[in-house]
Design a protein around this ligand. Structure first.
Ligand code: NAP
Length: 483
């Protein structure tokens, strides 16, 4: 990865952002690393200036130059449309991987204290349900697309293993819901199983996401690195932050193809902004991750050790002081600075090298197939008819065409044909109607699909069409399920 080692873009951000960013910068400078911060605007200040994306051009140019960002939290102010400066940054620089390490910290008491938790969630950050592609299919039925690509899976799985190697970790769990979502979540599992043998020094295990959540509550110490899809990772990483002391202590790195953004997990905490009481630990630990990323591993270790020594010495920020006298943000940062060079008695420095990331490509990524054909089509339509009546109507529509109605589904349930005595399900006004080519083995053409849609459209409101494809002889769609 090419970047200037010393220049970094620094976004102070909103609320408590400027206070914790300033504390982190002081600690970084005191660690002896000669950085040159380019202080840049984003978030509320940018929205107030009328910049719709929340990120001014100068900030984007700075990030393109430095490739490394230390960022405070950014608010999405109400009354400025739906834009989020965080989403703008994530999209512009395609920060596809979110690393969220948590560990047991001295003096930070939780129900898990003493179990030496040290877990990193590697969350895919740009695909999945969070692409935000949603549609109202009928006035009463909404649908979101869960987009998972082979390329996206390869990138996040490689990131997880590369991180594990760089950090001297022993085990990577891949957490998915592949038993239900065989094509989307299943793609992450299969990619994981294909890539894992390249990292034979790391133990690789697949786990179902619901069991993973249960295990995290029961026996979290079994986990080392967990890689997962975007929404699962969002939920799991907040859960693991909670296991080890909460938001004030949770750092993160957003890794892109050539840009990395380091930030605390917490937001701008407006209730405590400007009071010099915020806990700066999360941002200081994020800054340590940044230093490691730019090859300043020794300084990163020094800072992490100084944070541990500070906590061991009983210094407490407001969020963890209990009945003790809390230190202000600046006092807390100064205590860390005074402890630079000291070694923690609870946890030694880590051997960690910078992450090796593969070069990214601007080519359109595609998985090659030798043989492909369309075998049928799912037509989604809006109707208040009962399934049998709708089927009679659609069978009539199909007569004399090259396709036959195979099934009708409603909210994932097969409602036609159903076995006698089958339990009734609650019906809504969106039906998925599956039509297959009558002569098995023949491909269904676009002209045949268009002719079918024209005939259906004369009697019903159709709103969505999916071709049923086969790639190299394998059905590329989910099978119907009888309930
Ligand atoms: P939040 O800012 O994380 O704050 C929630 C609460 O957590 C605070 O009220 C405070 O609780 C405590 N807290 C968080 N960070 C702390 C720290 N460093 N030291 C001490 N206490 C801390 O979450 P929010 O209130 O949901 O979000 C506020 C704004 O931040 C929103 O505009 C949101 O969009 C934005 N946000 C930005 C990011 C980001 O930029 N990455 C992430 C999350 C949220 P007490 O009541 O105990 O003081």
């Amino acid at each position: 990865m090419l970047f200037d080692k010393r220049k970094i873009t620094v976004i102070p951000g909103d609320g408590i952002g400027p206070e914790v960013v300033s504390a982190a910068l002081k600690v970084v400078e005191a660690s002896g690393v000669d950085i040159e911060p380019e202080i840049s605007l984003a978030g509320a200040g940018a929205f107030e200036k009328g910049i719709e994306s929340g990120v001014p051009d100068e900030t984007i140019e700075s990030i393109e130059r430095t490739k490394v960002v230390l960022k405070g939290p950014l608010e999405t102010p109400i009354g400025h449309g739906n834009k989020s400066a965080n989403v703008t940054l994530r999209t512009l620089f395609e920060t596809f991987g979110n690393l969220r390490p948590v560990r047991e910290l001295p003096g930070v008491h939780t129900p898990f204290t003493g179990r030496n938790l040290d877990i990193v969630i590697v969350r895919e950050n740009v695909e999945d349900l969070y692409t935000g592609i949603e549609y109202m299919q009928t006035p009463g039925v909404a649908q979101a697309l869960k987009v998972i690509s082979r390329t996206g899976c390869e990138k996040i799985i490689e990131l997880a293993f590369e991180f594990a190697v760089a950090a001297g970790r022993k085990r990577v769990h891949c957490a998915t819901k592949a038993n239900i979502m065989k094509l989307t979540e299943g793609m992450l599992q299969h990619t994981f199983e294909e890539i894992a043998p390249r990292y034979s020094q790391i133990e690789a295990k697949h786990i179902l996401i619901d069991n993973c959540a249960h295990q995290l509550a029961m026996r979290p110490e079994q986990f080392d690195v967990i890689v997962t899809t975007n929404m699962n990772g969002d939920i799991l990483s907040d859960l693991t932050s909670g296991l080890t002391g909460g938001l004030g202590f949770a750092p993160s790195a957003n890794i892109g193809n050539d840009v990395a953004i380091f930030e605390a997990v917490h937001g701008s905490a407006p209730d405590i902004a400007g009071k010099n009481v915020a806990n700066p630990t999360a941002l200081i630990l994020s800054a340590a991750m940044m230093l490691r990323h730019i090859g300043e591993g020794e300084a990163a270790n020094d800072i992490e050790q100084a944070v541990l020594v500070t906590l061991e010495s009983g210094v407490r920020s407001g969020d963890m002081a209990g009945t003790a006298k809390p230190s202000s943000t600046t006092e807390f940062a100064n205590a860390i600075i005074s402890n630079l060079g000291k070694e923690s008695r609870t946890s030694g420095a880590r051997d960690f090298r910078a992450l090796q990331m593969p070069e990214s490509s601007t080519d359109v990524q595609a998985v090659e197939t030798k043989k492909r054909r369309v075998t049928g089509v799912d037509v989604f339509l809006e109707s208040t008819m009962q399934p049998d009546d709708l089927a009679a109507d659609l069978n009539e529509i199909c007569s004399g065409t090259t396709v036959a109605l195979q099934m009708i589904g409603n909210r994932g349930n097969t409602v036609y044909p159903v076995d006698e005595g089958a339990r009734r399900v609650t019906l809504v006004d969106q039906y998925r109607c599956r039509f297959m080519k009558k002569t098995r083995g023949d491909a269904l053409t676009n002209a045949e699909i268009l002719a079918l849609l024209t005939r259906i459209g004369e009697a019903h409101i159709w709103h969505h069409v999916e071709k049923l494809q086969q790639f190299d002889g394998e059905d590329a769609f989910s099978r119907t399920q009888k309930k």
